[in-house]
Design a protein around this ligand. Sequence first.
Ligand SMILES: [Zn+2]
Length: 471
Amino acid sequence: MIRPTRRSDTAVIAGPNPAGRTPLSTRLLSPTPSGHCYVPPGTVRYVPLYKPLIFQWAMHDERVVRLLNDYRLLVNKAVRYGLQSGVTSKFALCKHLYAQFRCESDMYSKHVVSTFEVAASILKNYRHRARRGLRTKPPFVKRLFLKTENQAFRLDRKAGILRFPLRSREYVWIQLPVNPYHKGMLEDPGLSLGSLTLMPDRIIIAFRKEAPIPFQPEGLLALDTNESSLDGVHARAGKTEYVRARFPEVRHIQSLYFRRRRKLAKKKPHDARIRRRLLHTEGSRERRRVKQRLHILSKGIVAEAAKQRCVLVLEELSIPKLRGRSRRMNRRLSVWPQAELHRQIEYKARWIGVPVLKIDPRNTSRRCPACGWCDKSRMRVASVKGVFTCPCGWRLDRQLNAGVNILQTALASNEALARAVRFQPGALRHDVVIPLCAPKSGAREEPNEGSLAEGKTEPSPTERILAAVPE
Ligand SMILES: [Zn+2]
């Protein structure tokens, strides 16, 4: 059995990374006598993948409220005990505290055991922060929640009814609000139940499945990640084309919310508490809207790669240097959701078995794919007005050029792929760019700048907070 070195290596086929180390999983790429093979046949892989399903819920039952309060109390007791006695593992906590907790509380026994797990992970986080010298207070759980393993509850997956134990032989039945997305997951027999987290406003159930073995790719989809588009090349035997997936709304939303927040901060300059609440509301709305756009985009890209049976090639992330740029540019770079986009693409690809290759991004924006010349000048003389121009005569859109370089790096790092796909940049000298995935209809329109001032039927959360504050 091949053991993955990191979690992200599981179904991801990784190339040499920038640190110069070759991850273990590149061994998966070595060709076998029978031809090129990505995963050696007979390799035992049991890598579970998780996906949470979130159900909206309102906690009305008094007994559940009491249970959650009791649970929080026990977690905090266990944390305090851990801090005082230096006990850190969940087993040790369980050994020392289980009998006592069972006497004090009539809670269902598996919930008691799960308090130790939660407490242990809180203690672990605390120790890590303390060790790194970060400012930290002794931990204390304020929020109400309860986490429990799949042995504790029953879920009728057809009817969407959850049976949840409160005490020994005392249950609550909860009808989950099941939408079509939930229904698809609930009825999928390949998904098994994981843990459940009960919160006052929602119920989160984790579903687990074995990672599918990535398919044998017939081509590559090499994409360079830019501020508002993914650009690159789709290459397969006998066919190469430029592709581009645009997401201009993300930057639009970010700049819109930045301006809105700045305006709000000015409105309440003397009340830090109100200002913080307002900014928090605006910030979380922004994050939700950005994330939703990225989800549509990443889903489309992974679906396209699966349809074309392509390996997805992305660059290994590097943090852009925040020096020598304007404040404005630094702000834009710092909120750039590149990592989130890559994370979504990778987990969606893993979920359906699309292979992903991460390559070293060094020089991808400076190199000429036709002759190999590298623009080493600090001012990047080769890229003028978004066009990369090489002394050899090669001219191409700067972002597409980076995509071509990513493709070449991927082919150079991987014999099997290079044999399957012969790529010559010379064959690519045309200007047609295929839109990679066009979301049918995006989310609803963004509220415009004036929506804070103009009268609307429904007040926004921000307006509600503002209205509650006396002038
Ligand atoms: Zn050149």
